[in-house]
Structure formats: structure tokens, C-alpha cells
Design a protein around this ligand. Structure first.
Ligand code: 5AD
Ligand code: SF4
Length: 482
């Protein structure tokens, strides 16, 4: 485990070791010398800011970046006008992508006022050739750019950036490498994401992820279990197992293992109280997983099961490999087997060729499955994906109207579902002081619903019984039940 490595004892005068993670420890020590030198020169501590712009996977990656920055001596801050600013980008939809350029413009302003400042970019958007070209041409003030496959090399790249005069760019097309035991700085002391796999092999026709995150690679179960045991020893009570498609976990390992089996092993870890996971692909969700969830006392009563569309014709075009009937049958079976479960979903509106009748089918599925929450997205054309080349793109006005109708329905269904528990007492993990009202603490139920209760910071990290007094759509107002 990284924590046991003492950077002071690393000899930084010789050549770097060939193998990782030792090579990265060497560069951590080198970077620390640099930061120390800069501190002396500027007569103050240096501050670093990590901005996460993407999904749970990105959030976990951002914790790894923060861990490295802290290990080499930066103070972490949320203030972007810092000494080292890194944007961990997302490119699933184009609007996320566009925001980055605006933020970079602002960052350039900070850099003019603090010429020693460094600006870095990483994450999914950096895996796109056109993005790199644009950055090279018009954003020469950026110091360091790397992608999704070589994040483990952050310390080494950072050292190169300290030494270099211009922009350092290092983007890999793919990798089969997984480097364990690097530093991580967790956002919450009591809960943590844990990567169980990287990449995706599904190639849904609208999705850029398989191109920017590469082929599916599973971590070895023993490495995952060791990480979770260490987290628990460090105060973590809830883990979220992360992968683009957790249901295909373990298939490509030398000793294959199913996701359901992995969950059973994680469940055995003493001191761990809650287990979550994300994301499930309906085509791979097994009977075995439903059984394991049903019997488990630790796996949370929440399943995120992206539908994307309720029209079999569109699902086929999307390359999702299930029909509307198969999805419904699966979701309703899960509801029968695990009655207290919350099912949430993702839906895309405006996929090429989608007609109002197709959308009606999607709405039918929403009515039948009664999602507890649904993330609705307007289809975004991603260069290089098969759907981007499809000719029958839907006119924006039709998409907008369909999207609004779907959103209204989804909100109604979610409110009906969430409010079912009004008046009951359920356990909530207390997560943070409410941002709007410091007299309230925000907790999360096993089924992922949020509840705000009067309280104080001493409750954070504890699982407490709460009375669910008043449902406000997606969340509750409540109080601690005695
Ligand atoms: N346009 C709109 N939404 C998309 N998603 C993935 N790719 C696209 C796209 N090109 C959505 C899917 C996925 C979620 C993470 O993002 O619904 O489940
Ligand atoms: Fe994208 Fe489909 Fe893979 Fe999810 S499963 S990341 S939607 S290709």
C-alpha cells in the first residue's frame, strides 16, 4: 500500500526505476523537491486545484490526481486561481466539451496575474485528436496535457512539465496496463469509489466512451479486496464499485470470476456497511446478481439500469442488444424479487431516426417500470461514432418538445415512487452539512434518496435512523428518529 512508502528515503540522484509503481514513487520524490524549491523561492506554500467535470469514474480519477498533488507538497484548494490547476474533462456530450474552452479562458486570466501558475488538462476529452489540435493552436498557455490511459504517470508527467519550456502532451491510444498502489486523496472520509474495471467493449452507436476509455480491463479481485480492506481500516463504511459495465466484470481475467461472486467477497469484509455499484448494462445483468442482491444485507437497494430508449427499433440502431420487452421483463422481475429497490435510468432523446411514436414507447416503459429517478439527455452527435454518420438526424425543435414531455413524465413518476416512503423510518448515511442551511445535515438512504435532517457535523459518517417526514420530489425533509 502506498501509505507505507517514505518519499524521503527514495534516492533521487540516480536513474528512475523501470517498473511501476516504483518509477512513479521516484518521480513523486523528484516533484516534491521541485515544489519545495518553489515554496522557498515564493516564500509561501503552493496551492493546487483539481476540477472534476465528469462522471463517477472521473471523480475517482480526480481523487488520484489530488492524492499525488498532496503527496508532493501542494495544499489542495477549490480556488481555481491557484498555483497548479488541472481540469479532468468529460466528452460524453458536446456541451461538457464546450465548457472546457470557456474555463480555460478564465484560467489564462489567473495565469497572467500569477505567471508561475501551471495549467493542466486530462480526461476523456483529451483522447480526441481534434481537441488536441485546437489546444496546440490556440491555447499555448496550457503546460501539460495527458489522457485517460496514462493518468497513473501523473507524477512523471508533472516532473517533465516542471523541466520543460512549452506544452507537454502525452496521449496514448489504449493500454492494457493497470498500476496499483498510488496515492489517493478522498473527498469523503467515510465513503469511496473503487474502480473494478476500466474501459468499455460495448460500442453503443452514439457513445464515445469506448474510443476514449479503451477496451475493457478488469482489476484482479485480490487487488480490489485489498484496496477495500485498506479503505475500511481508514474509516470508510460505504464503497461504490465503479465500471462502465460492471455486469461484465471479470470475464477477461486469467481466472474469470463473475461480478456477483466479487460482490459476495466484498460483502465479507468486516466493518464495511454499504456496497453500491455503477453502471449495469441490462444485456449482462444475471440471475445470479439478482439472487446475491436479494440475500445481501450490505448491497444498497438501488440499481442504475440505463434504458436509453423504449423503442426496440431504436435500441437496435443504438446497438444496445436488448428489446423493449426484455428490458421491461428484467426491470419488473427485479422489482418483484427485491420489492424495496429503487431503479434509476438514463434516457436519450433525439437519437437519429427517432419518431414521436418511438418516444411514446419510451414513455410507456417509464410508466410501467416507474423509475425512481431518470437522467434524460438530448442526443449529442459525437464525431467518430457510428450514429454521427447516420443521415436521419432529428430536427432540434422536435427533440426539444419530446425532451420536455419526457422530463415532465419522469418527474411525476419519480415523485410517486420516492413519496411512497413518507412517514416511515429508514437508515441514512449522514454525508455533509447542507450547503444552503448549515443547521441541516444531508443523508442518503440505501435506495439513494437524499434526506435533510436538523443536526450537526458530528453526525457525518454515521448511519442513523431517520423519519421521512415530507417528500419534496427527489428528496425528503426529516428528522433523526429515536
Ligand atoms: N448523447 C447523449 N447522451 C449520451 N450518453 C452517452 N452518449 C451520449 C450521447 N452521444 C448518455 C447515456 C449514458 C450516459 C452516461 O450518457 O445515456 O448512459
Ligand atoms: Fe457507452 Fe454503451 Fe459503453 Fe455505456 S455501455 S459506456 S453507453 S458504449
Amino acid at each position: 500500500m502506498y501509505k507505507e512508502i517514505d518519499l524521503d528515503r527514495i534516492d533521487t540522484t540516480g536513474l528512475p526505476p523501470e517498473n511501476d509503481p516504483e518509477r512513479q514513487y521516484f518521480f513523486l520524490a523528484k516533484c516534491r523537491e521541485q515544489v519545495h524549491g518553489l515554496e522557498q523561492k515564493r516564500g509561501r506554500k503552493l496551492r493546487a486545484c483539481v476540477v472534476n467535470m465528469g462522471c463517477q469514474m472521473n471523480a475517482r480519477d480526480s481523487e488520484k490526481l489530488a492524492g499525488i498533488l498532496e503527496a508532493i507538497g501542494y495544499e489542495l484548494t477549490e480556488d481555481e486561481a491557484s498555483d497548479f490547476l488541472i481540469f479532468n474533462t468529460c466528452t460524453v456530450r458536446d456541451n461538457a466539451n464546450q465548457k472546457v474552452y470557456g474555463r480555460l479562458g478564465e484560467a489564462n486570466g489567473y495565469k497572467r496575474r500569477n505567471p508561475g501558475m501551471m495549467i493542466a488538462l486530462c480526461g476523456c476529452m483529451m483522447q480526441e485528436e481534434a481537441v488536441i489540435q485546437r489546444l496546440r493552436k490556440s491555447y499555448s498557455f496550457v503546460d501539460l496535457i495527458f489522457g485517460t490511459h496514462n493518468l497513473y504517470k501523473f507524477a512523471e508527467l508533472l516532473y517533465a512539465a516542471y523541466e520543460a519550456d512549452g506544452m507537454i502532451i502525452d496521449i496514448w491510444k489504449d493500454t492494457d496496463k493497470i498500476v496499483e498502489d498510488l496515492p489517493v486523496q478522498r473527498k469523503y472520509p467515510f465513503k469511496s469509489g473503487v474502480n473494478i474495471m476500466f474501459g468499455c467493449n460495448n460500442f453503443c452507436s452514439y457513445c464515445i466512451v469506448p474510443y476514449v476509455r479503451g477496451r475493457e480491463r478488469s482489476r484482479r479481485p485480490e487487488d480490489i479486496l485489498k484496496e477495500i480492506r485498506n479503505l475500511v481500516a481508514d474509516g470508510v463504511v460505504e464503497v461504490m464499485l465503479l465500471g462502465q459495465n460492471v455486469n461484465s466484470y471479470g470475464r477477461n481475467l486469467d481466472e474469470p470470476i463473475t461480478f456477483a461472486r466479487l460482490l459476495q467477497e466484498v460483502e465479507k469484509i468486516e466493518g464495511l456497511l454499504r456496497i453500491r455499484f455503477m453502471t449495469s448494462h441490462p444485456k449482462d445483468l444475471s440471475e445470479e446478481l439478482i439472487e446475491v442482491m436479494k440475500r445481501s444485507s450490505k448491497i444498497c437497494r438501488h440499481l442504475h439500469l440505463p434504458l436509453q430508449s423504449g423503442s426496440t427499433r431504436i435500441l437496435e440502431q443504438m446497438n444496445r442488444r436488448y428489446t423493449r420487452e426484455q428490458y421491461e421483463e428484467l426491470a419488473l422481475r427485479i422489482r418483484r424479487e427485491i420489492p424495496d429497490i429503487a431503479i434509476t435510468t438514463d434516457i436519450i432523446v433525439g437519437f437519429p431516426g427517432e419518431t414521436p411514436e418511438d418516444l411514446e414507447e419510451t414513455m410507456d416503459v417509464v410508466r410501467r417500470v416507474k423509475f425512481d429517478n431518470a437522467f434524460t439527455f438530448i442526443y449529442s452527435k459525437r464525431t467518430g461514432t457510428p450514429a454521427a454518420a447516420m443521415e436521419n438526424q432529428v430536427p432540434p425543435e422536435q427533440v426539444r418538445q419530446g425532451f420536455d414531455r419526457l422530463l415532465r413524465l419522469v418527474q411525476e413518476t419519480a415523485r410517486d415512487q420516492v413519496s411512497k416512503h413518507q412517514g416511515s423510518v429508514m437508515s441514512a448515511l449522514m454525508e455533509e452539512v447542507n450547503g444552503n442551511d448549515p443547521k441541516l445535515i444531508t443523508g442518503r438512504l440505501s435506495n439513494n434518496t437524499i434526506v435533510h435532517v436538523p443536526g450537526d457535523a458530528s453526525m457525518i459518517g454515521k448511519i442513523l435512523p431517520v423519519s421521512l417526514d415530507e417528500c419534496h420530489g427527489f428528496y425528503y425533509m426529516g428528522h433523526i428518529a429515536e
